[in-house]
Design a protein around this ligand. Structure first.
Ligand code: PMP
Length: 392
């Protein structure tokens, strides 16, 4: 008998890669140079704080003072005084009772959902929740009911028919593909009526929506609700890295004791903690930034729709523009990049409804000239990608 060389063990990977390539769905890493004249409409740096000197300076100083890494899990050596300060400031800014910092928004979502539900509990989730929430639902082993997108009656029905089980309703505040909003007030009312908790991922709401950028949960008057838990990321509006869960103090204490993505993960690096703290301070001092990001999104969308494209109506900083096919979306995004405008490209399976899109993110620091350039390039390249829905 001949002994296997092991060479064929991963052949199935090539087969899958070929199938993806055939469908035009190959993903590629594109290392970004440190400096570029390209116009960025793809990052989540909504407030333009990732390269703000105050923010980067604080990150560098914290790395020098506390170390490049946090050195351990939060319950061992990975909690610095900076972490405690950030948790206090986040809770205070967003109007929540308490906060707990995780190493990413992804980890915050996994931690919140697995710690607050489990086998024998029910989760009712919007069909378009972020992948990290989906994975949290799966990991929790709860019974998951997927409700139609922003369909409050379906949520209500699922809660009403769940029997005696504990329940969590799970939603994004701003959905990441199209930038549309969840009906938070209605969902909170249904949860209250049916004795259920509401978990809201405010990753795209923080820094853009609500008074001074305090987020969608704050804007809906739910930040201090005893039955609402909010998750956020520090990596979008705050321009840093990391995530957090905000909510009632007893929920936060419970996460410290039981959330595995908190307990068994190295604490967030001090530089990222300091960057987020400083970004929060800038946001407090410059409360017009969220409005500027939103205004830029509205202008981009209106001008693209006027040019005949199917652009979403932005309620936050995200604008999506529909493309006729995955291939044309890819070609369109590539053509934009070649012309110096970097846009996101969402294709199946990242988009659950199968509609491929360009995803544009507006920023508070976009100038009028930037918007003119973006509209010109997207329009010129879109015509050749066949994305105009009506003749101009
Ligand atoms: N939730 C939403 C809605 C997101 O868009 C993202 C980031 N893409 C995350 C959670 C994960 O956050 P992080 O990047 O900090 O892990």
């Amino acid at each position: 008998m001949s002994v296997s060389t092991g060479d064929s063990v991963f052949d199935w990977i090539d087969t899958r890669a070929e199938a993806r390539a055939k469908a035009g769905l190959t993903r590629r890493l594109r290392p970004r140079p440190a400096t570029s004249t390209d116009l960025d409409l793809a990052s989540n740096d909504y407030l333009g704080l990732a390269r703000d000197k105050r923010v980067t300076g604080a990150a560098a100083a914290a790395a020098m003072r506390w170390g490049a890494g946090s050195t351990g899990s939060r319950l061992v050596t990975g909690s610095t005084e900076l972490h405690t300060e950030l948790e206090y400031e986040l809770a205070n800014f967003c109007g929540a009772q308490s906060a707990l910092v995780f190493s990413s928004g992804f980890a915050a979502n996994l931690g919140a959902l697995t710690a607050l539900s489990g086998p024998g509990t029910a989760i009712v989730a919007d069909q378009y929740i972020h992948a990290s929430l989906i994975d949290g639902c799966r990991l929790s082993k709860a019974d998951v009911v997927v409700a139609g997108h922003t369909d409050v009656p379906q949520v209500k029905n699922a809660l009403a028919t769940r029997g005696k089980r504990r329940a969590l309703v799970v939603t994004d505040s701003v959905f990441s593909v199209d930038g549309d909003l969840a009906p938070l007030t209605e969902l909170a009312a249904v949860c209250r009526e049916h004795d259920s908790a509401l978990v809201v991922d405010d990753a795209h709401g923080l820094g853009v929506l609500g008074d001074g950028g305090r987020g969608a949960v704050h804007a809906a008057g739910l930040a201090k609700s005893p039955d609402v838990v909010t998750t956020i990321t520090l990596s979008k509006s705050l321009g840093a890295q990391g995530g957090a869960v905000l909510g009632p103090s007893r929920v936060i204490r419970h996460l410290v004791e039981t959330a595995r993505s908190f307990i068994f993960d190295t604490g967030l690096a001090p530089g990222s903690v300091a960057a987020a703290l400083t970004a929060l301070k800038v946001l407090r001092e410059e409360p017009d930034r969220p409005g500027r990001a939103l205004a830029a999104a509205v202008e981009l969308s209106e001008r693209l729709r006027a040019a005949g494209f199917r652009a979403s109506t932005p309620t936050a900083a995200v604008v999506s523009v529909q493309a006729p096919s995955p291939e044309s979306a890819f070609a369109w995004a590539e053509a934009c990049r070649t012309s110096g405008v970097v846009v996101g490209c969402f294709r199946p399976p990242s988009v659950p409804d199968g509609i491929s899109r360009l995803r544009l993110t507006a920023r508070a620091d976009l100038s009028e000239a930037d918007i003119d350039r973006a509209v010109r390039v997207i329009t010129e390249t879109g015509a050749s990608a066949g994305a105009v829905s009506r003749p101009r």
